[in-house]
Design a protein around this ligand. Sequence first.
Ligand SMILES: [Zn+2]
Length: 311
Amino acid sequence: MSHLRKISGMLTGLLIACSAYAGKLSIVIDDFGYRPTQENQVLQMPPAISVAVLPNAPHAREMATKAHQRGHEVLIHLPMAPISKQPLEKDTLTPDMPSSEIERIIREAVARVPYAVGLNNHMGSAMTSSLPGMQKVMQVLNHYNFYFLDSMTIGNSQSTRAAQGTSVKILKRRVFLDDTQNEADIRKQFIRAVRLAQRDGSAIAIGHPHPTTVKVLQQMLPTLPADIILVRPSQLLNEPQIISNKPLPPESKPTRARNPFRGVQICPVKVLPVPAIHALGVVADSITDSAGVRYIKTNFSGLTFTLGNTP
Ligand SMILES: [Zn+2]
């Protein structure tokens, strides 16, 4: 019996060690605050799915609070001016606004979206491509402890340059899940985000609370490959943001394996030793509290797991 427990513990440990090398996928659903029916469905999904709330939406406070209570990371979805003419949210930031106005809008947004730990831009092709405009935003954000997730609604966004000299950390969206509301397209985009995370180590995808997006996420999330872990954007703040020029890996076979014994098989073989304690720090939410992990924490802390041949 104790042998069996040891083997089970070691296999769980291997899975955890694998997790240190797993692709980290972050999914943010923005435009929250207008469609409680779909948004409540998003909040039923795993807590690693994060949500971004429009501060002036009618259900902003309610949805931010609910999301937080259910363990989801909350962002402020800050409206910023687009280049094209479209209906705008109240208090949309423009490049020519004085700093005092930007400061007021952000302060009010913070008050309306409780529990937020980051911001991302709603629209914003005109605002985020303006260096002086974004410098004013970053100067204000420097007084808060928020990260800025650039939705990348334009290729030449200036957020990274504008944040230089401030303490604001910048993340960038890699995939939009639902530019169209066609299920097959959304599925394709989801798979693309998975492959980017596998190739580059991490990827952030943004989607919206449309019924089709909700449906595809409900279908796809339980079939994530075992070498992908869902993380919150804040868990990527200290990750190198790599964009490799290698081709994308082939599409993984969908799996329902969250079972440690099956998960080990598809874990990429790495040659570096992984201190168990470090590996435990990055383990997926789904297994953090499992009996196996508790066993490993108790019995194997301080050990080093080596995968493949040590150099
Ligand atoms: Zn938006």
